[in-house]
Design a protein around this ligand. Structure first.
Ligand code: GLC
Length: 634
């Protein structure tokens, strides 16, 4: 089908990308799906939206949407059959931010030998696979997400021998290793880029260089995710080059088959060294619409990043991923999870459909903020949204489909702090979030320190922040705000909250290092019970709760891993309940008030002599404590 302004909303909604866009709009305005499926709206022509929206949606906006639909696959396969068993569906993953996990040589920077020394802790926790944020040679403009040499280890982190030792020690303990593959861009210090600057035509075509048309004016209106235009001018060759992230992260031109071959070769290099999988950084951005046209101003205004419609779901994305899978992953059985900001459920299903052989899993981010909010907003996250979000997502990713489950990573503030910063609820919330991760259907990813219930760090001044995104945003805000206002705004969503050193024990540098940490250590003002040492063996701690949850999931695969999920809608605010498989009932209080448990539940439980498996509360019959999480065998 070819889409045009004459297509009906119903037709648009039948296309995966069209449906994702409309679902996103519905989510943001809080409208149910029925708003689109009703007959009148379904038959409305796309062009008519211009009038309905009082001119807010112009033709250019609608054309941008049509262009995406007309060049991408137009159907998602039906949910058929059951999920085929796979190690990565059964595993619990643990993300390590190497710079902040464990330092072994006293320079205040975490390293590979440090990680190796903590493997027994991770085995004890019960996790099965480690995802390491980038450890390659890098000038660290974006902490390793700007790679200078894909085949070398960052000097501060150690050597290739240290890496091989880590892999060997991990494998000996049954832990798998997943590396971060950052191939949407390279560092400007990468040899390819340097050779391009020196005029080597082969490498010129590895990137997006564009000539100057109007002096001082970038080739298009795209903006960078780290503030300012997405173009950097190189006077030595009088050309612009594209960078969606920092001016030191140059976008690779995946249209060039040599670039795709290089990426496959890099993956093979690490697979040969025993790596079990990859997390593919911003992988949905690799295919840009070749003419690099201007972004639609309205989309730019709404989403905040103009140009995004030309690359978030580019014309060759599926093709490039399938090729990478075919050449590097499939022959070696290598696992892949793609970071895919902006991708919705339908396109997510296309990307992970086992028949299509592109990716195993994706990370999408629609659950990290509640509708109408972005990461930098100062607001309280209402957990009732999760009930709504997962109610849909788990239904979409059922049958042969499989989803990732996570609340934290190195790019987001701590989840507990978003929900309720009152320290009285820290523990209960930490357990609740862990409980959700381990009992929904999908593969859980824990981010380092989450298992301790870590919260945001109380940074005191901009000088204490390290992240390029925070620092650039601060500079940008200073154009209109006072220093105090700007710092306050940056602090809300700063990625540095997740990047403070892992608090191992109560010693001088939290056991992280013998020297001063590269970023302010978390212990100075935090309660003493947030270290591994203080929580280990304390049955009431978040850490021990995680350990029990992980064991429970592992020991009940038919229910908690492969079992279907059935949501039990009691229609009560703050109450969330679901059944997993045949015999597990999960109940939660999503709010800070005590919640009476639905009497019907109560009697059903008593009748079936429900056996409490795990609860974060005092186990009071008839009520759930604030943020209580409870699993019962029924
Ligand atoms: C991803 C990474 C983030 C990085 C960006 C650019 O979003 O998770 O940390 O800054 O890509 O590589």
């Amino acid at each position: 089908m070819t889409f045009s302004l004459d297509s009906s909303i119903g037709q648009i909604y039948s296309h995966p990308a069209g449906r994702d866009v409309i679902d996103k709009i519905l989510l943001q305005v809080g409208a149910p799906r029925a708003a689109v499926t009703n007959v009148i709206v379904r038959n409305l022509r796309l062009g008519a939206l211009k009038y309905v929206s009082l001119g807010k949606l112009d033709n250019a906006f609608l054309q941008a949407l049509i262009e995406v639909l007309n060049t991408r696959p137009d159907s998602v396969s039906e949910v058929v059959g059951e999920a085929a068993p796979a190690w990565w569906k059964e595993a619990v993953f643990y993300q390590i931010y190497p710079r902040s996990f464990q330092d072994s040589d006293g320079d205040g920077i975490g390293d590979l030998a440090g990680i190796t020394s903590r493997l027994d802790y991770l085995v004890g926790l019960g996790v099965n696979a480690l995802w390491l944020s980038p450890i390659y040679d890098s000038p660290n403009d974006d902490n390793g997400y700007d790679i200078r040499d894909y085949r070398a280890i960052m000097a501060e982190f150690g050597t290739l021998d240290d890496f091989e030792n880590l892999v060997q020690q991990a494998h000996a303990r049954g832990l798998r290793i997943v590396m971060d593959l950052v191939v949407n861009h390279t560092s400007d210090e990468h040899e390819w880029f340097q050779r391009a600057l020196q005029g080597d035509p082969r490498y010129r075509d590895y990137y997006f260089f564009r000539p100057v048309t109007t002096p001082g004016r970038p080739p298009n209106n795209w903006v960078s995710f780290f503030s300012g235009p997405a173009w950097r001018y190189f006077p030595q060759i009088d050309q612009w080059a594209l960078h969606l992230f920092s001016p030191k992260q140059m976008d690779l031109n995946w249209e060039n088959p040599q670039v795709r071959q290089e990426v496959a070769d890099i993956a093979k290099f690490w697979i040969d060294r025993g790596v079990d999988g990859f997390r593919l950084d911003v992988i949905n951005y690799i295919s840009k619409r070749p003419e690099l046209p201007d972004g639609n101003p309205l989309i730019g205004q709404v989403i905040g990043f103009s140009g995004i419609e030309h690359y978030f779901y580019g014309p060759h994305l599926h093709e490039y991923l399938a090729q990478l899978n075919r050449t590097a992953f499939a022959p070696t059985g290598t696992f892949s999870v793609g970071e895919t900001p902006g991708i919705g459920h339908q396109v997510g299903k296309l990307l992970t459909d086992p028949q299509r052989h592109e990716l195993d899993l994706i990370f999408s981010f629609d659950h990290l903020e509640t509708p109408g909010h972005v990461r930098m907003d100062d607001y309280r996250y209402d957990l009732n949204y999760l009930k709504h979000y997962f109610g849909e997502a788990q239904g979409e990713f059922s049958g042969q489909y499989w989803m990732s489950l996570f609340f934290e990573n190195h790019d987001n503030p701590r989840m507990i702090s978003k929900v309720n910063a009152d320290p009285r609820y820290r523990k209960a919330l930490g357990k609740l979030l862990g409980g959700i991760l381990m009992t929904l259907r999908g593969t859980p990813f824990i981010y380092q320190g989450q298992e301790l219930g870590l919260v945001n760090h109380d940074f005191g001044a901009i000088e204490e922040l390290r992240d390029v995104e925070s620092l650039n945003l601060y500079a940008e805000l200073l154009k209109t705000d006072t220093a105090e206002e700007a710092f306050g705004k940056v602090l809300v969503g700063s990625r540095d909250h997740a990047r403070t050193p892992m608090p191992w024990d109560g010693s001088a540098h939290a056991g992280f290092s013998t020297g001063t940490a590269w970023i302010k250590a978390p212990l100075s003002d935090a309660p003493a019970d947030i270290t591994v040492e203080s929580q280990m063996g304390d049955q009431d701690s978040v850490l021990e709760f995680y350990r029990r949850l992980i064991a429970l999931r592992r020991d009940s695969p038919d229910d908690l891993i492969y079992g279907p999920v059935e949501f039990l809608d009691a229609g009560v605010l703050d109450y969330w309940a679901y059944r997993r498989g045949k015999s597990v009932l999960v109940q939660m209080n999503l709010g800070e008030q005590q919640l009476p448990v639905d009497p019907e539940w109560q009697s059903a439980q008593i009748a079936s002599r429900g056996r409490e498996l795990l609860s974060s509360g005092a186990d009071t019959a008839g009520v759930l404590a604030p943020y209580e999480f409870r699993i019962t065998r029924i």
